[in-house]
Design a protein around this ligand. Structure first.
Ligand code: JFZ
Length: 432
């Protein structure tokens, strides 16, 4: 009897926080596999904050009162917005999916919502549903669409009590948390009902109220009931919770913690992985940010992510007119050029058996290992602790044979300096 009571108690308590009995459907497992092989996606941070050109946190950072911020939508008129152009840009960059902010922390819905008037159709002179346009363009171009959805909300009265952020924003004094949960469920239902197949929901903001009851059990179940294949991810920087289908790492490689909110190595799970990153220093459009990273850095980040068995979700913050800034368009085109030639070593690969270091990572497909040397090195290269039996070693670029020797020290290779590349020297090792 004691055992039965214990089991009952366990069943009851474990169900309050997550979708504990979650069994992914076949379609979900297939979607996970597709995602795992996709390797590269476009993140889009776009909202009424873009008008101010000071990032997506501007409401919080400038302590803009709710009633003042509410004037912003009346200035949002992206007459240059062209969904197809965005999707084509992503496709030409070698990206397989897009993740767009449907509602960021400012609480403004960038889609047609019947449960909140505070949305793009109701409140902007533009008056059209950009999400609808984007879903149609994605479908046409065979690009999958993920929806970023903020749990944290600086505008909704029912997001109360406030969390770590937004406390300088004048406005609301009280609210009903359960009502807020109900509201999110209603919006997620709209998103998963009115826009065709959605590849995933990308949650963010959990970290604002670490001990809040987000009702993930109901929310995750709702999503999987509406669209079983829909992949759920949550930018909460802790170990995976039941009901989630992939794990995300913000500005950090899996297991790294360079940003201070990275994920501990012990929290890295076995589900598909995704690293998200910016081209300059900002997610939302930032008029003054000139810190655009070079082609070398961006390609290397994609390669490193692959070497950690992870996708890279690379961000652009479109301008208020609907265009994407030229520097970022060019960066994406440059990565696309690189992938056109080297994509075979990235797409559908797994993390390779050669452990990553600062100087290299490896990707692998069956018996073929691609060793990516990310720094030029002396002619003779050593990969320590390499014990597998080798059939051949070649340069990926021209398939020229590489002289190699296997000794106690590891794998010794001779790669002439002239054959080495600034961005990535790829060595193709075929195992016996
Ligand atoms: C979050 C958002 O706040 C940000 O605007 C952007 O959307 C990014 C992709 O995700 O970034 C975070 C995440 C976690 C913390 C801070 C910002 N944190 O733990 O303090």
């Amino acid at each position: 009897r004691i055992i039965i009571i214990a089991l009952l108690l366990f069943g009851l308590t474990s169900e309050v926080s997550a979708q504990t009995d979650y069994q992914p459907t076949q379609s979900n497992l297939e979607a996970r596999q597709w995602f795992d092989e996709a390797k590269f996606g476009l993140f889009i941070h776009w909202g009424v904050y873009s008008i101010l050109g000071d990032g997506e946190w501007v409401m919080n950072n400038q302590n803009i009162a709710i009633d003042a911020y509410e004037k912003l939508p009346s200035f949002f008129n992206p007459t240059e917005f062209d969904a197809e152009a965005w999707v084509k840009m992503a496709k030409d960059a070698g990206m397989k999916y897009i993740t767009i902010t449907t509602r960021h922390h400012d609480g403004f819905s960038m889609f047609d919502s019947k449960v909140s008037e505070y949305n793009i159709v109701e409140k902007t002179p533009y008056g059209k549903d950009i999400l609808k346009q984007l879903t149609e363009a994605c479908e046409k171009e065979d690009i999958k669409l993920f929806l970023y959805y903020s749990l944290l909300d600086w505008h909704n009265d029912d997001y109360f009590p406030r969390g770590k952020t937004g406390n300088g924003i004048a406005g609301r004094q009280e609210g009903d948390w359960n009502n807020y949960i109900k509201f999110m469920k209603a919006q997620l239902t709209e998103l998963l009902t009115n826009y065709g197949e959605i590849a995933g929901i990308w949650f963010d903001g959990d970290w604002d109220k670490v001990n809040a009851d987000w009702h993930y059990d109901e929310i995750y179940k709702l999503i999987h009931d509406l669209q079983p294949q829909c992949l759920i991810g949550n930018n909460h920087h802790v170990a995976l919770k039941p009901g989630e289908d992939f794990q995300m790492f913000e500005r950090d490689l899996p297991g790294e913690n360079k940003t201070g909110f990275g994920t501990a190595a012990s929290d890295v799970g076995e589900l598909p992985r995704e690293v998200c990153a910016t081209i300059n220093g900002s997610w939302g459009f930032d008029l003054q940010d000139k810190t655009h990273r070079s082609k070398r850095e961006l390609v290397q980040q994609l390669v490193r992510a692959s070497g950690f068995g992870s996708n890279l979700l690379l961000n652009v913050g479109p301008m208020p007119n609907g265009k994407i800034q030229e520097e970022h368009v060019q960066s994406l085109a440059a990565i696309g050029d690189w992938l056109n030639i080297h994509g075979e070593t990235i797409y559908r690969s797994k993390a390779g058996s050669i452990a990553p270091t600062d100087a290299w990572v490896s990707t692998q497909k069956g018996k073929t290992i691609h060793l990516h040397l990310l720094e030029k090195r002396p002619k003779a290269s050593v990969i320590p602790e390499f014990k597998e039996r080798i059939k051949s070693v070649k340069l990926f670029a021209d398939k020229r044979a590489v002289k190699f020797k296997q000794t106690k020290a590891g794998l010794l290779m001779e790669i002439p300096e002239a054959a080495q590349n600034e961005i990535d020297t790829i060595v193709e090792i075929t195992l016996k």
